[in-house]
Design a protein around this ligand. Structure first.
Ligand SMILES: [Cu+2]
Length: 144
């Protein structure tokens, strides 16, 4: 039994180690659109690893297509969204995606996803690493 436990522990460690030094993705959630056909948005916090890294894209089966965006205040205080090609994640730093700031725009949200469920999203980084995490699906207008 002792041998089996050690073997299992070793397997778990081996499975975790590739991401141990990389960026961690925390508190991922998706805000569903109020109206079908409108885009949704995904948010999360990136915790920098031991090397600088950059987020370049996000994929999820919840949406046909995604874009990295940042909400910015334009002329006359009107909020607009600007696309981002990459988002740098500094060593040891945190980058928060949240309503009113950086977000992942989800176009073509599939109809069979509902608030209260969880769905995997995969974040792709410039180094070639990818991190998959479970995102909570939240109702339109939800704030966290
Ligand atoms: Cu947007």
């Amino acid at each position: 039994m002792r041998t089996l436990a050690a073997l299992v522990a070793g397997t778990i460690l081996a499975a975790c180690s590739p991401q141990a030094d990389g960026v961690k993705v925390e508190n991922a959630w998706i805000r569903l659109p109020a109206v079908e056909g409108q885009p949704g948005a995904a948010y999360f916090t990136l915790q920098g690893g031991r090397e600088s890294e950059a987020l370049i894209s996000v994929s999820t089966r919840a949406a046909d297509r995604t874009e990295l965006h940042e909400s910015v205040q334009g002329e006359g205080g009107v909020m607009t969204m600007a696309p981002l090609q990459r988002i740098d994640v500094p060593v040891g730093g945190a980058v928060k995606f949240a309503p009113g700031g950086k977000h992942v725009m989800l176009f073509g949200v599939v109809p069979n996803v509902h608030a209260g469920e969880k769905i995997p999203i995969t974040l792709h980084f410039a180094s070639g690493r990818a991190v998959t995490t479970m995102a909570d699906l939240a109702a339109p207008g939800a704030v966290r």
